[in-house]
Design a protein around this ligand. Structure first.
Ligand code: 7TS
Length: 403
């Protein structure tokens, strides 16, 4: 992988912050956008901005073709069986809410849902709202000190009362890669469906939804070099057909009278209103971009960055890394004894280094470790070993100033 060449595709990486070259280590929150993807958005608005599916005119047809072309790129990337199993959403959160709200019609009191201890709030809160509405019960697969799910406990939670299991593929706060194949197979053995939140996995791992035999897989484009405000809900055809629409409106109908409305087929049933057309097209371009580099090459290089950074940070006295699962993506969550994570983050920012501090929308994980939050450095394929050196030096400086 030619990282020097790749970095030229990301204009933002040239800028300075507080008089220093930007070191962007907040990739788990959102990734940066390459020129190739930015140009796709500009091209759409400059040359063929039109609403899709609606016009006989040329611009509308071009926009429709580009948008549907992007759907096919997403289908191919995740190996979905059909393009209509790919539903465009505004992101992971929206995708999860489509399923959680639809499930209200499928559940009865006493049914059980299983979540994991390692989730982002967007894979917790919608389900709690669903439980309040239906009387279903939410059970939690616990984690251990390493940030790994305790699978024996999962076995015990599963029963014929279990209707749906929802777990992230990769934890945003710790980087743990969860054993989703085992989770899916065991859930299916008791007749439950499975939703996998792939928001943190997608930048590093190409999921094959048919090989996984997963019922729903969701992610956001902005984690994979795409724009914000666009994401995807993959669902098996039969699973999606079982669910009611999420929103009513234009584009999602077959026929409307004041007496009765019938709904459109997949994917339109779940795509009411004018979508984020430019965003969808750019999502396709982002997948083209990462696939041209190669997801395996990306994963291999990021693993090297992770090992290098972990070893260097651990030399700092009093520094503790949270989440030491044997299989991890390039995320390091850490604290230094006696120092609040926000203070380290602020000093790093003064030195041009962007990390996230806080609970990372995963408060139950912070509660487990009895900490207010962590400093989280998350790496991408356009980061370098020199940038890691700069961060390690900056953390040392921060510790000197704060201790
Ligand atoms: N699920 C996981 C595992 C996530 O990491 C995130 C966002 C979401 C869901 C929500 O995605 P959205 O695109 O709908 O907002 N995670 C983070 C993060 O770690 N820092 O900022 C956002």
């Amino acid at each position: 992988m030619n990282v020097t060449k790749i970095r030229k595709d990301f204009p933002v990486l040239n800028r300075e912050v507080n008089g220093r070259p930007l070191v962007y280590f907040d990739n788990a929150a959102t990734s940066q956008t390459p020129t190739q993807v930015i140009n796709t958005i500009v091209d759409y608005y400059e040359n063929y901005n039109a609403n899709i599916h609606r016009g006989v005119h040329a611009l509308s047809q071009e926009a429709t073709d580009a948008y549907e072309g992007a759907r096919q790129k997403i289908q191919k990337h995740f190996n979905a069986a059909h393009p209509y199993e790919v539903i465009f959403t505004s992101g992971t959160t929206h995708a999860i809410n489509i399923i959680s709200s639809g499930y209200a019609e499928l559940l009865k009191e006493g049914d059980e849902l299983i979540v994991s201890a390692l989730e982002h709030h967007s894979n917790i809160v919608p389900w709690q709202m669903l439980c309040q509405k239906t009387g279903a019960l939410l059970k939690v697969i616990p984690m251990n000190e390493d940030g790994v799910l305790i699978m024996d406990a999962y076995d015990e939670l599963l029963s014929d009362r279990t209707k749906l299991v929802f777990v992230n593929h990769v934890s945003n706060a710790l980087g743990t890669v969860n054993p989703i194949e085992e989770i899916i197979n065991k859930a299916h053995a008791v007749g439950a469906e499975v939703l996998i939140d792939g928001a943190q996995a997608s930048p590093h791992i190409k999921a094959d939804v048919q090989a996984l035999n997963v019922d729903y897989y969701v992610t956001s484009a902005h984690k994979i070099c795409g724009p914000t405000g666009i994401g995807v809900l993959y669902g098996k055809e039969a699973a999606l057909n079982r669910l009611p629409p999420y929103q009513g409106g234009g584009e999602m109908i077959a026929e409307v009278t004041f007496e009765k409305t019938t709904y459109a087929d997949l994917p339109h049933k779940f795509e009411a209103g004018t979508p984020n057309i430019a965003g969808g097209i750019a999502f396709g371009a982002a997948l083209d971009y990462v696939n041209a580099i190669g997801m395996e090459n990306i994963a291999k290089y990021e693993a090297e960055l992770l090992t290098y950074a972990t070893l260097a940070l651990k030399q700092i006295p009093g520094l503790k890394v949270y989440g030491v699962a044997p299989e991890k993506t390039a995320v390091i969550s850490f604290n230094v004894e006696g120092i609040h994570p926000y203070d380290i983050g602020s000093i790093l920012d003064k030195l041009g280094i962007a990390v996230r501090t806080g609970h990372h929308c995963a408060q139950p994980i912070m509660d487990f470790y009895k900490i207010p939050g962590t400093v989280r450095a998350s790496f991408s394929f356009y980061n370098t070993f020199q940038e890691i050196d700069a961060m390690v030096d900056a953390v040392k400086k921060a510790v000197q100033m704060l201790q």
